[in-house]
Design a protein around this ligand. Structure first.
Ligand code: PXP
Length: 255
């Protein structure tokens, strides 16, 4: 059954608008878990524009399902992750001027560098996912870099206009998911998914977990976070399962 990792960065974005204490992404994470999320994702950016170090430290202590730390491949972030020990890290590209993560990590072009980062994180007991565009070259490079998972970037699918264009992007994702599984990788997906477009992605058999932020938090502003999470779980057709980042049972989640 497919899991839902809820990204609570936008809760921190609202807090940082006033540099105050509310709303608290940690409280939001706990509510999302109560509503059935299988994990919590936060992106600790180099510029700390939303999530702060205090958030990840508290989340590490309080999240009961799975903490997925999105991070750039930098020495600073590697050191933070190795001390924090989230269940999973998702390595993403990061540019200061972007509004959100644009494009996947170019693993194909930087296989050695990514491989070194993956090795350090895995030696620290942390599962590693690589956020990549759904292209064969990137998937096979992710396997060469010995990642545990790939997170397939669904942004082009979400932005495609018209049935034909959307189907073409869906086909790319289906093929990349299949290739990932054949290469022994776990397959997740995310970016730009919402209540209307999530169905076909959730139906890809290889996809184990979806990472969704903006659409859930946007809806939460109107109906409350727990309801927004439950509605997303209904949209992806699951009652909310706790997925293990290494394919074993929920109880064996920590290692
Ligand atoms: N996955 C990754 C790697 C991301 O960077 C983001 C955005 O922070 C998401 C998923 C969630 O995207 P969205 O907020 O559009 O649901």
């Amino acid at each position: 059954m497919i899991g839902l990792c809820v990204n609570v960065d936008h809760i921190a974005t609202i807090r940082q608008a006033r540099r105050g204490e509310e709303p608290d992404p940690v409280q939001a994470a706990l509510l999302a878990e109560l509503a059935g999320a299988s994990g919590i994702t936060v992106h600790l950016r180099e510029d700390r524009r939303h999530i702060q170090d205090r958030d990840v430290e508290l989340l590490r202590r309080l999240v009961k399902t799975k903490l997925n730390l999105e991070m750039a491949v930098t020495e600073e972030m590697l050191q933070i992750a190795l001390v924090l020990k989230p269940e999973m890290t998702t390595l993403v590209p990061e540019r200061r001027e972007e509004l959100t993560t644009e494009g996947g990590l170019d693993v194909h072009g930087h296989v050695d560098e990514v491989d070194r980062a993956v090795r350090r994180l895995r030696e620290g007991g942390i599962a590693v996912s690589l956020f990549i565009d759904p292209d064969h070259d990137q998937v096979s490079a992710a396997a060469r870099a010995r990642a545990d998972f790939v997170e397939l970037h669904t942004g082009s699918y979400a932005e495609a206009r018209g049935r034909k264009a959307q189907e073409a992007q869906l086909t790319r994702l289906i093929q990349a998911a299949r290739a990932g599984r054949e290469l022994g990788l776990g397959v997740n997906a995310g970016h730009g998914l919402d209540y209307r477009n999530v169905g076909p992605i959730a139906a890809i058999p290889e996809v184990e977990e979806l990472s969704i932020g903006h659409s859930i938090i946007a809806r939460a502003v109107l109906v409350g976070l727990e309801q927004a999470v439950r509605e997303m779980l209904a949209a992806i057709g699951t009652a909310g399962t706790v997925c293990d980042p290494r394919h074993s049972s929920c109880e064996e989640r920590r290692w």
